[in-house]
Design a binder for this molecule. Structure first.
Ligand code: HEM
Length: 217
């Protein structure tokens, strides 16, 4: 498989993951509601998602995208490293931003975050022993609140969201460029769009654990 095809797979899976993040973020904004209302609507929403066959199919595409995105990132950076160059992982030189030269490191931090995140919530929801709320749904809200009452976990999440923001700022514009989804004269606007999208989503996500920590301790 040539490098261009690998880059196209990275771009498609990456942009799909960005779209998932927006949906995930919008669903999670229910955590900002008043506690009893948040518990009811967040648990109802999670139970709707797990019971829906279409959502189930999309989540298989999601898992596959995470795996492919990580594997191809590893393959491409290994090839780049073997090809040599002035810098060990990238030879774009010092004129490029530090985060565009360190996409591999940022991606690795995010991958570790995703493993921790799956263990925190996804695993507990699917396989853990989890109580029911007064409306008969699995009480994922209480699992989330209990997790974010721990200051260290809030700090880990905030650091991971900073890594995610830089990864997305670089990734969104380079993914759109790889797929040639715009006219070259709009490069500046694509970069601005990527930056606003990345910062809005990551700041919003980071505020969730912070908000829960300060309202439930
Ligand atoms: C910091 C705020 C976040 C909160 C409170 C949060 C909460 C949750 C919860 C409660 C679940 C379990 C839902 C379920 O399995 O039905 C979940 C699943 C998931 N989260 Fe997050 N999340 C956050 C940020 C993120 C970020 C930044 C990413 C990606 C980098 C992410 C990726 C995922 C994925 C891939 C799943 C599995 C979805 C599925 O099974 O379909 N989450 N999240």
């Amino acid at each position: 498989m040539n490098t261009q095809i690998r880059k196209i797979i990275m771009a498609c899976t990456g942009l799909f993951l960005c779209f998932f993040l927006l949906i995930h973020f919008l669903g999670n904004t229910q955590l900002f509601l008043a506690p009893e209302e948040a518990r009811k609507s967040f648990n109802m929403y999670s139970s709707f998602l797990t019971g829906n066959i279409f959502v189930k199919l999309v989540s298989y595409v999601l898992y596959l995208s995470i795996i492919l995105h990580a594997i191809y990132a590893l393959i491409i950076s290994t090839i780049n490293r073997k090809a040599g160059g002035h810098y060990s992982t990238d030879n774009r030189g010092r004129s490029s931003k530090w985060y565009s030269r360190n996409m591999g490191i940022l991606g690795t931090i995010i991958l570790i975050f995703i493993v921790l995140h799956f263990q925190n919530f996804w695993y507990v929801y699917k396989f853990g022993s989890i109580g029911l709320d007064p409306w008969g749904h699995k009480d994922l809200y209480t699992v989330v609140v209990t997790a974010f009452q721990q200051g260290w976990l809030v700090i880990v999440y905030v650091i991971a969201m900073a890594a995610l923001a830089y990864h997305l700022i670089q990734g969104i514009s380079s993914g759109i460029r790889t797929l040639g989804l715009f006219h070259p004269k709009f490069v500046r606007w694509i970069n601005i769009f990527g930056m606003v999208y990345a910062i809005a989503i990551c700041v919003g996500f980071a505020l969730m654990p912070i908000y829960i920590y300060f309202t439930h301790n």
